[in-house]
Design a protein around this ligand. Structure first.
Ligand code: MG
Length: 382
């Protein structure tokens, strides 16, 4: 079997799907994307095409190493996302050829169902209590929200109080009947992270995500020393070679590699295994589409330390397109009592609605996150 063609489709709300075709008619789907830089990743995929055309899609390990090593320069959000989507599509092909779901090829199920969580609130956290009520009625009991709006590198007691009061209200409304993680989202710089963690600790959030940016990963062990809140990060780390530093340094309780950013299923299985060796849990990042989510689930179902799975249904970023819009077998993506079942169809288990994908790709907007400014006019982290 040989790879004969790669086709990319940029689709709303901010995703990209990749179709890999073979000379025997078997087709695989991947999702190579960096949100807001879809065209750049698309070009990276096209530049990797010569390594793939004419090659045997079954040799995923060799093709992965070729894409990673043969170009001399490597790593980073764009190149690793391109590899990620191609890798997913190759696993999809392998599963379809062998008639097995990908988790079987990864060694089989390690659990029966996977715990899912839902985003609540938006970019600027508000109306969260109402939103949680609605989602609880649908069976969710675990949530994640942004902890703050813009926060200066050195901000005020009032800004800290605002963040803490919101969390206090949630605990007051729901007690311990729900769990929630707080995403600092890179908005909090080291000088404020300590203060916020200390003030939030009495409300026992399930975790705090990106307590500081990955560029300041040296703070993770120092912050972990002074708080009992589990710290999470990883959506902006792209390979084993980055994750090894945070494993060695300690401090993170949860790693969150993104299956569409960190080299795909091949790489994230390795990151998951490394995490297990350090007693670190896995909660793959996934505000993306159906192929990315399916890829996450196959890794989760084969990884002992996978504890939580993010998913984008109903997320505030989605405008003009939802995960299920592009899926024929929507029933396989049902979340019951906050859990998903393994996807059991061959390959990744997503029957892509190709007509919808093609139609949606015709006028796909170029999504950009907003550019925020602080009161003094300087750029704020979104
Ligand atoms: Mg995040």
């Amino acid at each position: 079997m040989k790879i004969i063609k790669l086709t990319t489709y940029r689709v709303p709300p901010r995703w990209m799907l990749l179709k890999i075709e073979t000379d025997e008619g078997v087709v695989g789907w991947g999702e190579p994307v960096i949100e807001g830089r879809a065209r750049t990743v698309e070009t990276a995929v096209q530049e990797m095409e010569p390594y793939l055309i004419g090659q045997d899609p079954a040799r995923i390990n060799d093709l992965w190493q070729t894409m990673y090593r043969a170009g001399f320069y490597r790593g980073g959000a764009i190149l690793m996302s391109a590899i990620a989507g191609i890798d997913q599509a190759l696993w999809d092909i392998k599963g379809k050829v062998l008639g097995q779901p990908v988790h079987q090829l990864l060694g089989g199920l390690v659990r029966d169902r996977m715990k899912m969580y839902s985003w609540v609130g938006g970019d600027r956290p508000s109306d969260i209590i109402e939103h949680i009520r609605t989602l609880r009625a649908g069976g969710f009991d675990t949530f994640k929200m942004n902890a703050t709006e813009e926060l200066g590198m050195l901000d005020t007691a009032a800004a800290v109080d605002k963040a803490v009061e919101r969390v206090a209200e949630i605990r007051a409304a729901f007690g311990n009947s729900i769990e929630f993680g707080l995403d600092f989202h890179g908005r909090v710089a080291a000088p404020m992270a300590k203060t916020l963690l200390r003030e939030l600790e009495p409300y026992r959030p399930l975790f705090v995500e990106e307590p500081v940016l990955a560029e300041q990963a040296e703070y993770y062990p120092r912050l972990a020393e002074m708080t009992s809140i589990p710290l999470a990060a990883g959506e902006r780390m792209y390979s084993r070679f980055e994750f090894k530093h945070v494993f060695e340094a300690g401090g993170l309780s949860i790693v969150q590699p993104d299956l569409s950013h960190a080299g795909g299923i091949t790489e994230c299985m390795k990151i998951a295994s490394m995490a297990e060796a350090y007693d670190v849990t896995l909660a793959p990042h996934c505000p993306l589409g159906p192929i990315a989510l399916a890829s996450c689930l196959h890794v989760d179902f084969a990884s002992y330390n996978a504890v939580l799975q993010e998913q984008s249904m109903g997320i505030h970023y989605n405008r003009g397109g939802e995960l299920l819009d592009y899926v024929v077998n929507k029933e396989d993506f049902r979340i019951t009592d906050g859990y998903m079942q393994p996807l059991t169809k061959p390959g990744l288990g997503v029957i892509v609605d190709e007509e919808k994908v093609i139609e949606a790709s015709r006028n796909a907007p170029d999504w950009r996150n907003p550019v925020w400014r602080h009161a003094d006019g300087s750029v704020a982290e979104w």
